[in-house]
Design a protein around this ligand. Structure first.
Ligand code: ZN
Ligand code: ZN
Length: 413
Protein backbone atom coordinates (compact mmCIF):
# COMPACT_ATOMS: atom_id res chain seq x y z
CA UNK A 1 0.00 0.00 0.00
CA UNK A 2 1.28 3.40 -0.84
CA UNK A 3 0.68 5.92 1.88
CA UNK A 4 -0.19 9.32 0.49
CA UNK A 5 2.54 11.87 0.00
CA UNK A 6 1.00 14.55 2.20
CA UNK A 7 0.73 12.26 5.23
CA UNK A 8 4.27 11.00 4.70
CA UNK A 9 5.55 14.59 4.66
CA UNK A 10 3.64 15.36 7.86
CA UNK A 11 5.09 12.27 9.52
CA UNK A 12 8.62 13.17 8.44
CA UNK A 13 8.20 16.70 9.76
CA UNK A 14 6.97 15.45 13.15
CA UNK A 15 9.93 13.05 13.39
CA UNK A 16 12.48 15.70 12.36
CA UNK A 17 11.18 18.75 14.24
CA UNK A 18 9.34 17.34 17.29
CA UNK A 19 11.27 14.08 17.57
CA UNK A 20 14.96 14.59 17.03
CA UNK A 21 14.60 18.38 16.55
CA UNK A 22 17.39 18.78 14.00
CA UNK A 23 19.23 22.08 14.45
CA UNK A 24 20.85 24.19 11.75
CA UNK A 25 24.26 22.84 10.81
CA UNK A 26 23.82 19.45 12.53
CA UNK A 27 24.55 16.02 11.09
CA UNK A 28 21.59 13.66 11.30
CA UNK A 29 22.52 10.00 11.66
CA UNK A 30 19.50 8.14 10.32
CA UNK A 31 19.30 4.42 11.08
CA UNK A 32 16.50 2.92 9.07
CA UNK A 33 15.15 -0.09 7.22
CA UNK A 34 14.76 -1.06 3.57
CA UNK A 35 11.08 -1.57 4.46
CA UNK A 36 10.77 2.16 5.12
CA UNK A 37 12.26 3.72 1.99
CA UNK A 38 9.49 6.27 1.27
CA UNK A 39 9.48 7.52 4.88
CA UNK A 40 13.29 7.56 4.94
CA UNK A 41 13.41 9.77 1.84
CA UNK A 42 10.78 12.11 3.29
CA UNK A 43 12.78 12.36 6.53
CA UNK A 44 16.02 13.13 4.68
CA UNK A 45 14.26 15.96 2.80
CA UNK A 46 12.65 17.30 5.98
CA UNK A 47 16.00 17.21 7.78
CA UNK A 48 17.70 19.27 5.06
CA UNK A 49 14.76 21.69 5.09
CA UNK A 50 15.24 22.02 8.85
CA UNK A 51 18.86 23.06 8.22
CA UNK A 52 20.81 19.80 8.58
CA UNK A 53 24.35 20.04 7.27
CA UNK A 54 24.28 16.40 6.17
CA UNK A 55 22.20 13.27 6.68
CA UNK A 56 24.00 9.96 7.03
CA UNK A 57 21.57 7.16 6.10
CA UNK A 58 22.22 3.61 7.33
CA UNK A 59 19.81 1.06 5.85
CA UNK A 60 19.26 -2.23 7.66
CA UNK A 61 17.49 -5.34 6.43
CA UNK A 62 15.93 -7.75 8.96
CA UNK A 63 16.18 -10.74 6.61
CA UNK A 64 19.88 -10.11 5.92
CA UNK A 65 20.45 -9.74 9.69
CA UNK A 66 18.72 -13.08 10.21
CA UNK A 67 21.14 -14.70 7.73
CA UNK A 68 24.09 -13.10 9.53
CA UNK A 69 22.95 -14.49 12.89
CA UNK A 70 22.17 -17.89 11.35
CA UNK A 71 25.32 -18.48 9.33
CA UNK A 72 28.16 -16.51 10.94
CA UNK A 73 30.10 -18.22 13.71
CA UNK A 74 30.00 -16.72 17.19
CA UNK A 75 33.50 -15.22 16.99
CA UNK A 76 32.60 -13.31 13.83
CA UNK A 77 29.31 -12.11 15.30
CA UNK A 78 31.07 -10.95 18.44
CA UNK A 79 33.60 -8.88 16.50
CA UNK A 80 32.52 -5.29 15.97
CA UNK A 81 35.11 -3.49 13.83
CA UNK A 82 36.22 -0.11 15.16
CA UNK A 83 35.42 1.61 11.84
CA UNK A 84 31.76 0.69 12.26
CA UNK A 85 31.65 2.32 15.69
CA UNK A 86 33.67 5.31 14.48
CA UNK A 87 31.31 5.85 11.55
CA UNK A 88 28.81 7.14 14.11
CA UNK A 89 31.03 8.07 17.04
CA UNK A 90 33.10 10.55 15.00
CA UNK A 91 30.00 12.67 14.38
CA UNK A 92 28.96 12.53 18.04
CA UNK A 93 32.36 13.49 19.37
CA UNK A 94 32.38 16.77 17.45
CA UNK A 95 29.16 17.68 19.27
CA UNK A 96 26.98 18.46 16.25
CA UNK A 97 25.28 15.13 15.64
CA UNK A 98 21.78 13.94 16.37
CA UNK A 99 20.31 10.51 15.75
CA UNK A 100 16.98 9.17 14.50
CA UNK A 101 15.91 5.58 14.10
CA UNK A 102 13.05 4.49 11.88
CA UNK A 103 12.10 1.15 13.33
CA UNK A 104 10.44 -1.45 11.10
CA UNK A 105 11.21 -4.66 12.94
CA UNK A 106 9.62 -8.01 12.15
CA UNK A 107 8.49 -9.42 15.52
CA UNK A 108 10.15 -12.75 16.31
CA UNK A 109 12.43 -12.57 13.22
CA UNK A 110 15.27 -14.44 14.98
CA UNK A 111 13.10 -17.15 16.56
CA UNK A 112 15.02 -19.95 14.80
CA UNK A 113 18.48 -18.66 15.66
CA UNK A 114 20.29 -20.56 18.41
CA UNK A 115 19.44 -18.69 21.62
CA UNK A 116 22.78 -19.09 23.35
CA UNK A 117 24.73 -17.91 20.31
CA UNK A 118 22.39 -14.95 19.89
CA UNK A 119 22.64 -13.99 23.57
CA UNK A 120 26.45 -14.07 23.54
CA UNK A 121 26.65 -12.12 20.28
CA UNK A 122 24.29 -9.41 21.57
CA UNK A 123 26.27 -9.15 24.81
CA UNK A 124 29.55 -8.62 22.96
CA UNK A 125 27.99 -6.12 20.55
CA UNK A 126 26.42 -4.11 23.37
CA UNK A 127 29.77 -3.95 25.18
CA UNK A 128 31.47 -2.75 21.99
CA UNK A 129 28.82 -0.07 21.49
CA UNK A 130 28.99 1.15 25.09
CA UNK A 131 30.70 4.47 24.36
CA UNK A 132 28.33 5.12 21.47
CA UNK A 133 25.20 4.30 23.46
CA UNK A 134 26.32 6.55 26.33
CA UNK A 135 25.63 9.57 24.09
CA UNK A 136 21.93 8.76 23.89
CA UNK A 137 21.53 7.23 27.36
CA UNK A 138 22.83 10.44 28.98
CA UNK A 139 21.06 12.78 26.52
CA UNK A 140 24.34 14.23 25.29
CA UNK A 141 22.77 14.44 21.84
CA UNK A 142 19.15 14.65 20.60
CA UNK A 143 17.82 11.25 19.58
CA UNK A 144 14.49 9.77 18.68
CA UNK A 145 12.77 6.63 17.42
CA UNK A 146 9.72 6.43 15.16
CA UNK A 147 8.23 3.43 13.34
CA UNK A 148 7.08 2.40 9.86
CA UNK A 149 5.09 -0.73 9.01
CA UNK A 150 6.29 -3.69 6.97
CA UNK A 151 4.15 -6.49 5.51
CA UNK A 152 5.43 -9.24 7.83
CA UNK A 153 4.86 -7.14 10.94
CA UNK A 154 1.41 -6.01 9.76
CA UNK A 155 0.33 -9.62 9.11
CA UNK A 156 1.30 -10.60 12.65
CA UNK A 157 -0.67 -7.72 14.14
CA UNK A 158 -3.72 -8.27 11.88
CA UNK A 159 -3.55 -12.01 11.05
CA UNK A 160 -7.10 -12.21 9.67
CA UNK A 161 -6.54 -9.58 6.98
CA UNK A 162 -4.86 -9.87 3.60
CA UNK A 163 -1.46 -8.23 3.33
CA UNK A 164 -2.59 -4.95 1.81
CA UNK A 165 -5.37 -4.44 4.34
CA UNK A 166 -3.07 -5.37 7.21
CA UNK A 167 -0.40 -2.87 6.15
CA UNK A 168 -3.02 -0.18 5.70
CA UNK A 169 -4.44 -0.89 9.17
CA UNK A 170 -0.99 -0.80 10.75
CA UNK A 171 -0.27 2.53 9.07
CA UNK A 172 -3.55 3.89 10.46
CA UNK A 173 -2.74 2.63 13.94
CA UNK A 174 0.76 4.14 13.86
CA UNK A 175 -0.49 7.49 12.56
CA UNK A 176 -3.22 7.56 15.22
CA UNK A 177 -0.65 6.88 17.95
CA UNK A 178 1.56 9.60 16.40
CA UNK A 179 -1.34 12.10 16.56
CA UNK A 180 -1.26 12.63 12.79
CA UNK A 181 -4.27 12.79 10.45
CA UNK A 182 -5.13 14.37 7.08
CA UNK A 183 -6.50 17.56 8.59
CA UNK A 184 -4.74 18.28 11.87
CA UNK A 185 -1.62 20.19 12.84
CA UNK A 186 0.38 17.37 14.47
CA UNK A 187 3.02 19.77 15.81
CA UNK A 188 0.34 21.63 17.79
CA UNK A 189 -1.11 18.30 18.96
CA UNK A 190 2.32 17.26 20.21
CA UNK A 191 2.88 20.59 21.98
CA UNK A 192 -0.40 20.08 23.80
CA UNK A 193 0.43 16.45 24.65
CA UNK A 194 3.89 17.42 25.93
CA UNK A 195 2.22 19.97 28.22
CA UNK A 196 -0.14 17.33 29.69
CA UNK A 197 2.79 15.00 30.33
CA UNK A 198 4.81 17.83 31.90
CA UNK A 199 1.96 18.60 34.33
CA UNK A 200 1.79 14.97 35.47
CA UNK A 201 5.54 14.85 35.76
CA UNK A 202 5.47 17.98 37.96
CA UNK A 203 2.80 16.48 40.25
CA UNK A 204 4.80 13.30 40.74
CA UNK A 205 7.99 15.25 41.42
CA UNK A 206 6.15 17.47 43.94
CA UNK A 207 4.96 14.39 45.84
CA UNK A 208 8.58 13.48 46.68
CA UNK A 209 7.73 9.80 46.54
CA UNK A 210 9.93 7.37 48.42
CA UNK A 211 8.18 4.15 47.46
CA UNK A 212 5.52 2.79 45.10
CA UNK A 213 3.33 -0.25 45.68
CA UNK A 214 1.77 -1.95 42.62
CA UNK A 215 -1.07 -4.48 42.85
CA UNK A 216 -3.52 -5.97 40.37
CA UNK A 217 -5.72 -9.01 39.69
CA UNK A 218 -2.86 -10.81 37.91
CA UNK A 219 -1.23 -11.24 41.32
CA UNK A 220 1.40 -8.58 40.74
CA UNK A 221 2.44 -7.34 44.19
CA UNK A 222 5.56 -5.25 43.90
CA UNK A 223 7.16 -2.44 45.89
CA UNK A 224 9.72 -0.16 44.29
CA UNK A 225 11.81 2.34 46.22
CA UNK A 226 12.84 5.55 44.48
CA UNK A 227 16.20 7.21 45.24
CA UNK A 228 15.96 10.36 47.42
CA UNK A 229 16.99 12.61 44.56
CA UNK A 230 15.12 10.66 41.87
CA UNK A 231 13.50 12.67 39.06
CA UNK A 232 10.29 11.81 37.18
CA UNK A 233 10.49 12.57 33.46
CA UNK A 234 8.25 12.17 30.44
CA UNK A 235 7.34 13.67 27.10
CA UNK A 236 10.07 15.89 25.76
CA UNK A 237 13.55 16.02 27.21
CA UNK A 238 16.58 18.31 27.01
CA UNK A 239 20.10 17.51 25.93
CA UNK A 240 22.93 18.47 28.25
CA UNK A 241 23.34 21.56 26.03
CA UNK A 242 19.65 22.48 26.34
CA UNK A 243 18.05 21.37 23.04
CA UNK A 244 14.50 20.01 23.52
CA UNK A 245 13.57 16.73 21.79
CA UNK A 246 11.07 13.84 22.04
CA UNK A 247 13.10 10.64 22.39
CA UNK A 248 10.39 8.08 21.67
CA UNK A 249 7.48 8.78 19.41
CA UNK A 250 4.80 7.97 20.33
CA UNK A 251 5.21 8.43 24.08
CA UNK A 252 2.66 8.33 26.88
CA UNK A 253 4.87 7.46 29.86
CA UNK A 254 6.10 9.25 32.96
CA UNK A 255 9.12 7.40 34.31
CA UNK A 256 11.86 7.38 36.88
CA UNK A 257 14.56 5.01 38.14
CA UNK A 258 14.07 2.52 40.94
CA UNK A 259 16.62 2.47 43.76
CA UNK A 260 18.75 -0.46 42.58
CA UNK A 261 18.47 -2.45 45.83
CA UNK A 262 14.91 -1.41 46.70
CA UNK A 263 12.63 -3.66 44.61
CA UNK A 264 10.70 -6.47 46.31
CA UNK A 265 7.84 -8.77 45.34
CA UNK A 266 6.52 -10.40 42.18
CA UNK A 267 5.46 -8.89 38.86
CA UNK A 268 3.54 -10.60 36.05
CA UNK A 269 3.99 -9.30 32.50
CA UNK A 270 0.79 -8.25 30.76
CA UNK A 271 1.99 -8.29 27.14
CA UNK A 272 4.48 -10.37 25.15
CA UNK A 273 7.98 -8.98 24.64
CA UNK A 274 9.92 -9.06 21.37
CA UNK A 275 13.47 -9.46 22.69
CA UNK A 276 16.19 -9.64 20.02
CA UNK A 277 13.75 -11.24 17.61
CA UNK A 278 12.34 -13.76 20.12
CA UNK A 279 8.77 -13.30 21.30
CA UNK A 280 8.74 -13.98 25.07
CA UNK A 281 5.25 -14.47 26.52
CA UNK A 282 3.48 -15.33 29.78
CA UNK A 283 6.39 -14.40 32.02
CA UNK A 284 7.05 -13.17 35.56
CA UNK A 285 9.84 -12.11 37.91
CA UNK A 286 10.33 -12.19 41.67
CA UNK A 287 12.64 -9.56 43.15
CA UNK A 288 14.47 -9.47 46.47
CA UNK A 289 16.39 -6.34 47.46
CA UNK A 290 16.37 -5.25 43.83
CA UNK A 291 17.62 -8.48 42.30
CA UNK A 292 15.64 -10.97 40.19
CA UNK A 293 15.77 -14.11 42.34
CA UNK A 294 13.25 -16.19 40.40
CA UNK A 295 11.51 -15.96 37.02
CA UNK A 296 9.71 -17.97 34.39
CA UNK A 297 8.12 -17.81 30.92
CA UNK A 298 5.72 -20.13 29.09
CA UNK A 299 7.02 -19.01 25.69
CA UNK A 300 10.74 -18.52 24.85
CA UNK A 301 11.99 -19.16 28.42
CA UNK A 302 15.55 -19.43 27.10
CA UNK A 303 15.38 -15.90 25.67
CA UNK A 304 14.16 -14.64 29.05
CA UNK A 305 17.09 -16.39 30.71
CA UNK A 306 19.56 -14.73 28.36
CA UNK A 307 17.99 -11.35 29.17
CA UNK A 308 18.18 -11.83 32.95
CA UNK A 309 21.73 -13.21 32.70
CA UNK A 310 22.90 -10.70 30.08
CA UNK A 311 25.34 -9.01 32.47
CA UNK A 312 25.71 -8.04 36.13
CA UNK A 313 23.07 -5.30 35.91
CA UNK A 314 20.45 -7.04 33.79
CA UNK A 315 18.91 -8.77 36.83
CA UNK A 316 18.14 -5.36 38.41
CA UNK A 317 15.68 -2.70 37.28
CA UNK A 318 16.62 0.55 35.55
CA UNK A 319 13.21 2.10 34.92
CA UNK A 320 9.68 2.27 36.27
CA UNK A 321 7.16 3.94 33.95
CA UNK A 322 3.54 4.89 34.54
CA UNK A 323 1.15 4.79 31.57
CA UNK A 324 -2.61 5.24 32.01
CA UNK A 325 -4.75 2.38 30.77
CA UNK A 326 -6.84 4.98 28.96
CA UNK A 327 -4.04 6.18 26.69
CA UNK A 328 -4.85 6.27 22.94
CA UNK A 329 -2.56 3.33 22.15
CA UNK A 330 -4.05 1.28 24.94
CA UNK A 331 -7.61 2.14 23.92
CA UNK A 332 -6.91 1.11 20.32
CA UNK A 333 -6.66 -2.42 21.78
CA UNK A 334 -4.02 -3.35 19.24
CA UNK A 335 -1.14 -5.51 20.37
CA UNK A 336 1.68 -4.06 18.24
CA UNK A 337 4.28 -6.71 19.17
CA UNK A 338 6.75 -3.81 19.20
CA UNK A 339 7.96 -2.23 22.43
CA UNK A 340 7.90 1.32 21.02
CA UNK A 341 4.10 1.07 20.96
CA UNK A 342 3.23 -1.57 23.53
CA UNK A 343 5.25 0.16 26.28
CA UNK A 344 3.08 3.23 25.70
CA UNK A 345 -0.09 1.26 26.25
CA UNK A 346 0.98 -0.09 29.60
CA UNK A 347 2.86 0.58 32.82
CA UNK A 348 6.27 -0.96 32.32
CA UNK A 349 9.59 -1.73 33.94
CA UNK A 350 13.01 -2.11 32.36
CA UNK A 351 15.69 -4.57 33.27
CA UNK A 352 19.17 -3.11 32.92
CA UNK A 353 20.63 0.37 32.77
CA UNK A 354 18.86 3.32 34.37
CA UNK A 355 18.75 6.69 32.64
CA UNK A 356 21.24 9.02 34.42
CA UNK A 357 18.84 11.96 33.95
CA UNK A 358 16.41 10.27 36.37
CA UNK A 359 18.57 11.37 39.31
CA UNK A 360 19.72 14.90 40.25
CA UNK A 361 23.14 15.52 38.68
CA UNK A 362 23.17 12.05 37.11
CA UNK A 363 24.22 13.07 33.60
CA UNK A 364 27.40 14.57 35.10
CA UNK A 365 28.27 11.51 37.22
CA UNK A 366 30.84 8.82 36.44
CA UNK A 367 29.75 5.17 36.50
CA UNK A 368 31.29 4.84 39.98
CA UNK A 369 29.32 7.83 41.28
CA UNK A 370 26.10 6.54 39.69
CA UNK A 371 26.65 3.13 41.30
CA UNK A 372 27.25 4.79 44.68
CA UNK A 373 23.85 6.49 44.33
CA UNK A 374 22.09 3.16 43.78
CA UNK A 375 21.74 3.67 40.03
CA UNK A 376 21.74 0.42 38.08
CA UNK A 377 24.45 0.03 35.41
CA UNK A 378 24.29 -2.43 32.54
CA UNK A 379 25.00 -2.67 28.82
CA UNK A 380 21.33 -3.40 28.19
CA UNK A 381 17.97 -1.77 28.84
CA UNK A 382 14.86 -3.80 28.00
CA UNK A 383 11.32 -2.67 28.78
CA UNK A 384 8.55 -5.12 29.60
CA UNK A 385 4.88 -4.37 30.15
CA UNK A 386 2.92 -5.14 33.31
CA UNK A 387 0.09 -2.56 33.35
CA UNK A 388 -3.53 -3.71 33.42
CA UNK A 389 -7.02 -2.19 33.51
CA UNK A 390 -7.21 -2.87 37.25
CA UNK A 391 -3.73 -1.63 38.22
CA UNK A 392 -3.61 0.08 41.59
CA UNK A 393 -0.58 2.14 42.61
CA UNK A 394 -0.10 3.57 46.06
CA UNK A 395 2.75 5.92 46.78
CA UNK A 396 4.51 6.71 50.06
CA UNK A 397 6.28 10.04 50.55
CA UNK A 398 9.41 10.75 52.61
CA UNK A 399 7.27 10.88 55.81
CA UNK A 400 5.54 7.59 55.07
CA UNK A 401 2.31 9.32 54.11
CA UNK A 402 0.13 7.24 51.77
CA UNK A 403 -0.80 8.85 48.42
CA UNK A 404 -3.04 7.34 45.76
CA UNK A 405 -1.42 7.44 42.29
CA UNK A 406 -3.38 4.95 40.14
CA UNK A 407 -6.80 3.43 40.56
CA UNK A 408 -8.40 1.07 38.02
CA UNK A 409 -5.47 1.47 35.67
CA UNK A 410 -5.44 5.28 35.49
CA UNK A 411 -3.90 8.28 37.23
CA UNK A 412 -6.18 9.59 40.00
CA UNK A 413 -5.07 13.13 39.11
ZN1 ZN B 1 9.79 3.60 29.29
ZN1 ZN C 1 12.78 1.97 28.79
Amino acid sequence: MEINEKILEKYAKVAVTMGVNVQKGQTLILNTSIDAVPLTRAVVKAAYEAGAKQVQVNYGDDIVSKYHYTYQDLETLKTVPQWLIDSKLDYMKDGTACMLRICSDVPGILKDVDGEKLGKAMQARAAAMKELNAYTMANKIQWSIVAAPNAEWAKQVFPKDDEETAVSKLWDAILHAMRIDEENDPIAAWDEHNRTLAEREQKLNDMKLKKLHFTNGRCTDLTIEIPDDGIWAGGNEKTTSGIVFNPNMPTEEIFTMPYKYGVNGTVYASKPLDYNGKLIDDFWFTFKDGKVVDYGAKQEPEALKSLVEFDEGSCYLGEVALVPYESPISLSNILFLNTLFDENASCHLALGKAYPMNIVGGTEMSDEELAAHGVNLSDTHVDFMFGTADMKITGFDQNGKELSIFDQGNFVF
